[in-house]
Design a binder for this molecule. Structure first.
Ligand code: 5GP
Length: 178
């Protein structure tokens, strides 16, 4: 891809670097304030949330661990098969942790719905879902994150970890894809 092609796909900046940084700092404070002495595990669902996780964990001022998962859910039309294929799983026994799933965007809700059910079955001390972006108008399963930093309309977005064909993850802001 040429530089011109790359730039031509960036339609409009929807959420600036500063807006993201402020919201992430506030969320880091919230997590830190909730610390009760039990370990916190921030779980990133790869790949889209890797930048959000790396900024968020540095905004947390209490002990916390990080973990990574790669997950794909299988659906027929809008009905979940209940099968979620984990191509990379957590190393930790999560029964000892307050688990926070850190996600880039909730769209149909399918992936997180299945990941949450799977992780709940492992009996964590608590389980919450914090997402950078939420597109509630696209939901096909009943699923609500505990915290969504930004709610956006039904647009395809790129940047801050989110890709299109593996490009654009490196943009420091969220933009609409052209
Ligand atoms: P769902 O909620 O439909 O199970 O899937 C969410 C996943 O779809 C996200 O983690 C993300 O990888 C991808 N996704 C959904 N909407 C967008 C979008 O607007 N832009 C990008 N880059 N990925 C999206």
């Amino acid at each position: 891809m040429t530089k011109n092609e790359f730039n031509s796909h960036i339609k409009e900046v929807l959420i600036s670097e500063k807006e993201i940084a402020d919201a992430v700092a506030e969320l880091g404070r919230k997590i830190s304030d909730s610390y009760d002495g039990n370990p916190i595990l921030l779980v990133s669902i790869l790949k889209g949330s890797f930048i959000f996780l790396s900024d968020l964990c540095r905004a947390v001022t209490v002990p916390c661990e990080i973990g990574f998962m790669c997950a794909k859910s299988y659906y027929q039309d809008t009905v979940s098969s209940g099968v979620v294929n984990i191509t990379m799983d957590l190393e930790q026994d999560i029964s000892k942790y307050h688990v926070i799933i850190v996600e880039d965007i909730v769209d149909t809700g399918r992936t997180l719905n299945d990941v949450v059910n799977l992780l709940k079955s492992r009996n964590p001390l608590s389980l919450q879902v914090f997402t950078l972006l939420d597109k509630p108008s696209r939901r096909t399963v009943e699923f609500d994150p505990d915290i969504a930093l930004f709610t956006i309309p039904d647009l395809f977005v790129i940047g801050y970890g989110l890709d299109c064909g593996e490009h654009f993850r490196n943009l420091p802001y969220i933009a609409e894809y052209n």
